[in-house]
Design a protein around this ligand. Structure first.
Ligand code: NAG
Ligand code: NAG
Ligand code: NAG
Ligand code: NAG
Length: 610
């Protein structure tokens, strides 16, 4: 229970962080756009709770209560019918909203001007809007007959038709259409119209009626979003199948058979399943992102194109959305249908990155099992050279939040899980990965990578490695001995930044893996400059003559192959006395430097223990 709560909380926080506009550069801009707040269809527009009764005229009160007797008396006395209350409501609005049919007729009769029927509240509502929203069929009919405008709009550009749809009033909707209401109008501020709304609410009858009356299936709101996109985004399968309504697909389930009436389908061409919003997202993309598996199935079988790029940079596909959001079933559907160009193609981004970014082990494994490369391509757009690098960097972005929530251990588990899966499927290790281990102080992983034969030469990112190595120098006992014992050439470390930055101890330790009296002149020069300004110990060491045993050890080790040095057991298995094993493994040097015995990590078992 507690765990579930914590997990849910973490998820909520992550979402909150995204919407707070943090720069999670890997999250597509479209994500943010589509998770918009401004135009949610459920915003309540009318707030009738704030009517002050003392502001309402006696005529208005009578109309509200449907009190015909009182109203008749008041009208006889010549009371005015157009006194507005604090919201701009006149008696006609009260009668319309509260379904007072007789009162309404009396009011209309009392004020013969055509304008009275069209008067608006401060929010721009006519009596017709109010009656339509409440589903008062008779009132709507009276108003329309008396000349109310079915296309009137409120301040928020809402029509009576939209309100009828929003409130599921199909009879009122029919009536409005009969009186010529515009079925195609833009019915709210952000261009979201009646068909969007009916689709969102999954009101099948209303959708069908709107379509039958010629509603435009391809209408777009201000984000370029069509009703079909809305159905895909919110997982409204029934709406989606009505909008698609193409004959060849509907054999999936009985539910679908009953949803889509064959004769109904025949009348209508299908809505475009490959429409794109302004940010280029497709319905298939959004359904994959939101995890609506059945919608994805329906879209795919209806001709949705899984290879249509959904962002400006032309790499993001539905498969990326599924992998990033952890929707494994959808991933299973998309993998066989998606063009493999995204796998290792240049200028693309492999969905393997998306799975790593989302931290979804199952999705990652699914992709790799299906043959996606664990090394992918360089992903320069986001500054990652491999998915493995991203696994480290993701720790950084999640880190601060994890810390606040004390979730460090679970987030770390996720990291190790991802690393293990990448290795299991043969990810190539390189020096950048070692550098990241140092950067993020993952020393057990560092040693594990060495055992997994991370190449120790040639290195094209040596300076990046040394930068992180210098920063990790205080903990050098956890990684430097393993690196040098694995056969890394100490001369690669002996550059000016290393020589000038590390402590005397570390420098002496490094020199133990060289013949320090026979170094290249440039190195020797840097060392003596450093020594002239350092402790006696360093000066003494550099001045001393290496012993014969030291030189022999260097010689023997230089005759071993790199993989033999990198193996944790090769030397121990040589047919030699134990003391010679210890000698070849620098046991006395390690002891002298108080290097602790470091746990050997078993394959596939790296965990947090460092
Ligand atoms: C409502 O708008 C539609 C579309 O613009 C138009 O065809 C119709 O005549 C209008 N109805 C009325 C009653 O003005
Ligand atoms: C609504 O718009 C569509 C597409 O523009 C058009 O084909 C249709 O005739 C319009 N319907 C009405 C009732 O105006
Ligand atoms: C399909 O629609 C037609 C006309 O809209 C209707 O007459 C028929 O009964 C419907 N069939 C089913 C199975 O719902
Ligand atoms: C010697 O050390 C001092 C202080 O530790 C430093 O300011 C100086 O630059 C060093 N000189 C050399 C040649 O490294």
């Amino acid at each position: 229970m507690a765990v579930a709560v914590v997990v849910a909380y973490a998820a909520a926080v992550r979402l909150a962080v995204v919407s707070a506009g943090w720069d999670y550069s890997f999250l597509d801009a479209g994500n943010r756009l589509r998770r918009r707040k401004g135009c949610t269809p459920l915003v309540k527009r009318m707030d009738f709770t704030e009517a002050y009764s003392d502001m309402c005229s006696t005529v208005g009160l009578a109309a509200r209560e449907g009190n015909v007797k009182v109203l008749r008396k008041l009208l006889k006395k010549g009371r005015s019918v157009d006194v507005a209350d604090n919201r701009g409501w006149m008696p006609i609005h009260e009668a319309a909203y509260h379904n007072s049919v007789e009162c309404l007729q009396m009011l209309i009769h009392a004020d013969s001007s055509e304008n009275y029927i069209k008067t608006k509240t401060f929010e721009g509502f006519c009596a017709l809007h109010l009656a339509a929203s409440q589903g008062h069929w008779k009132i709507v009919q009276i108003l329309l007959e008396a000349g109310a405008d079915p296309n009137a709009t409120t301040l928020e550009e809402t029509t009576p038709l939209f309100l009828a749809v929003e409130n599921g009033q199909i009879d009122v909707l029919r009536l409005l259409l009969q009186y010529g209401a515009n079925v195609n109008g833009s019915h709210s501020m952000c261009g979201w119209n009646a068909l969007h709304q009916a689709t969102f609410q999954e009101n099948a009858e209303i959708i069908k009626l709107l379509l039958k009356k010629g509603a435009n299936k391809e209408c777009q709101d201000d984000f370029g979003i069509t009703p079909l996109f809305v159905a895909a985004q919110y997982g409204k399968l029934e709406s989606l199948s009505i909008l698609i309504s193409s004959g060849s697909v509907m054999k999936k389930t009985d539910v679908m058979k009953s949803i889509v009436n064959i004769s109904f389908k025949a009348q209508l061409p299908c809505a475009n399943v490959n429409c794109q919003a302004l940010d280029k997202a497709t319905p298939l993309f959004i359904a994959a992102q939101e995890g609506h598996t059945e919608c994805v199935e329906l879209l795919l079988s209806s001709g949705a194109d899984p290879d249509l790029y959904c962002n400006e940079d032309n790499w993001q596909l539905p498969i990326h959305a599924a992998a990033q959001m952890g929707h494994t079933k959808i991933l299973d559907l998309l993998i066989p249908l998606t063009n493999r160009a995204c796998d290792t193609g240049p200028n693309k981004v492999s969905p393997v990155y998306s799975a790593v970014f989302g931290g979804h082990e199952e999705c990652l494994e699914t992709l790799l099992r299906c043959g996606y490369s664990p090394d992918a391509q360089m992903c320069l757009i986001f500054g990652f050279s491999t998915p493995m690098c991203m696994a480290f960097q993701k720790e950084l972005t999640v880190g601060p939040i994890a810390l606040i929530l004390k979730l460090t251990s679970s987030e770390s588990c996720e990291f190790f899980g991802i690393v293990n899966i990448l290795l299991k499927y043969g990810a190539q290790l390189n020096e950048l990965h070692l550098a990241y281990c140092l950067k993020y102080e993952k020393f057990s992983v560092f040693r594990y990578f060495l055992k997994k034969c991370c190449p120790l030469t040639p290195w094209s990112h040596i300076s990046e490695f040394i930068n992180h190595a210098i920063k990790a120098q205080t903990k050098y006992k956890e990684w430097l001995p393993s690196l040098l014992l694995a056969g890394f050439d100490p001369l690669s470390l002996l550059c000016s930044s290393w020589i000038d930055s590390v402590s005397d101890d570390i420098l002496i330790f490094t020199l133990e893996f060289t013949n320090w009296r026979n170094l290249p002149p440039a190195v020797e020069k840097m060392l003596s400059a450093r020594a002239s300004n350092s402790s006696r110990a360093l000066q003494k060491h550099i001045a001393s003559i290496p012993s014969l045993t030291h030189l022999c050890r260097l010689e023997i080790r230089s005759s071993l192959k790199p993989e033999q040095l990198q193996s944790d057991s090769f030397i121990c298995q040589l047919p030699l006395p134990r003391s010679l094993h210890d000698y070849l493994l620098y046991a006395e040097v390690l002891r002298m430097n108080e290097v602790p015995e470091l746990a050997v990590i078993q394959d596939g078992k790296i965990s947090e223990a460092t």
